[in-house]
Write a protein that binds this ligand. Structure first.
Ligand SMILES: [Zn+2]
Ligand SMILES: [Zn+2]
Length: 306
């Protein structure tokens, strides 16, 4: 229960009233906590059921972030000024396409993804996930999140590349490739099997981390999920701006990388970074094909010369 979990730092509580009365009590007796920590602690104490408290928080957060982050892209698609930044600028999604896509994504969130979201709390706390207050240091959070990005990117590369194998592509991954010019909402437009397989990299990485390292806070997990959702939605946005993150960090994948994957169907399999596709020579697009051809020709010439 929350009270058992939080008692070491939270004292003098009346958890039977409204959320605001619990919050007032937390604030009165725990002046050392900042406002965010007080809101967080009061939520768990008021709910009196930690699995339910985390479940509701996770579900609401996922919906708000997913559709909230997709909204600016829906607006940008409707403004002609931005068309010059759209990568496949002749293929602007219609309202119907976006509506159908949002409906399937919402259905997937409420069915296949719901048990995953609900099971996260009991599984992760079994392995030692902390969800009490105070929150961890931001430096600890930042370090762990960078590690999650690197690990999840590797998972995504191999499983996504595997999903492009004939029968797996036809039966599972083809649905995600419905849109050859993707848009923000299409980030999670996928079959339930794909949602579980690739979603496991996102949720399983922090679980694996806490089971080995033994140190992880739920807030770090939430920050990671929010950033990974931003990454996925932005990568599907179809827009590459002069100020896009990849211009600052050339190894960042971004929309430029994933848009080409949707257009060409082959190559560019990783999620956040470009290094797996660089090292394993699976870059998509004409330029990469040309380089591959040149390398092959050079090999043949070298063989003949021997
Ligand atoms: Zn694919
Ligand atoms: Zn995609």
């Amino acid at each position: 229960m929350a009270s058992a979990m939080l008692n070491s730092t939270i004292t003098g509580l009346n958890s039977t009233g409204s959320y605001y009365s619990v919050l007032e009590d937390v604030a009165k007796y725990n002046v050392q906590l900042n406002w965010a920590e007080r809101l967080w602690a009061a939520w768990y104490l008021w709910m009196q059921n930690d699995v339910l408290a985390t479940g509701i928080l996770s579900f609401v957060m996922h919906e708000v972030v997913y559709f909230g982050r997709s909204l600016p892209w829906i607006i940008i698609d409707a403004i002609p000024f931005f068309n010059k930044y759209k990568i496949q600028n002749t293929k602007v999604p219609t309202w119907k396409e976006q509506w159908d896509c949002a409906a399937l994504v919402l259905l997937s969130h409420c069915t296949v993804e719901l048990p995953q979201i609900w099971l996260f709390h009991p599984i992760a706390t079994y392995f030692g996930l902390d969800y009490g207050v105070p929150f961890p240091k931001w430096t600890t959070m930042a370090f762990q999140i960078v590690c999650f990005f690197i690990i999840e990117d590797a998972w995504h590369y191999w499983f996504h590349r595997g999903l492009h194998y004939g029968p797996l592509y036809k039966n599972i991954h083809k649905l995600h490739h419905t849109y050859s010019a993707p848009f923000g909402l299409a980030a999670e437009y996928a079959s339930p099997i794909e949602a579980m397989l690739l979603g496991f990299g996102v949720v399983g990485t922090p679980v694996l981390w806490v089971s080995i390292v033994g140190d992880l806070h739920l807030l770090t997990m939430y920050t990671w999920i929010v950033l990974r959702l931003f990454q996925a939605i932005d990568a599907h946005s179809g827009y590459d701006f002069p100020w896009s993150l990849r211009k600052l960090m050339p190894f960042w994948a971004g929309a430029d990388h994933h848009d080409l994957h949707h257009e060409k169907f082959i190559g560019n399999y990783s999620s956040s970074f470009r290094w797996w596709d660089w090292v394993l020579d699976t870059q998509a697009g004409e330029e990469a094909n040309k380089k591959r051809r040149e390398r092959k020709l050079a090999q043949i010439r070298a063989k003949k010369a021997q």
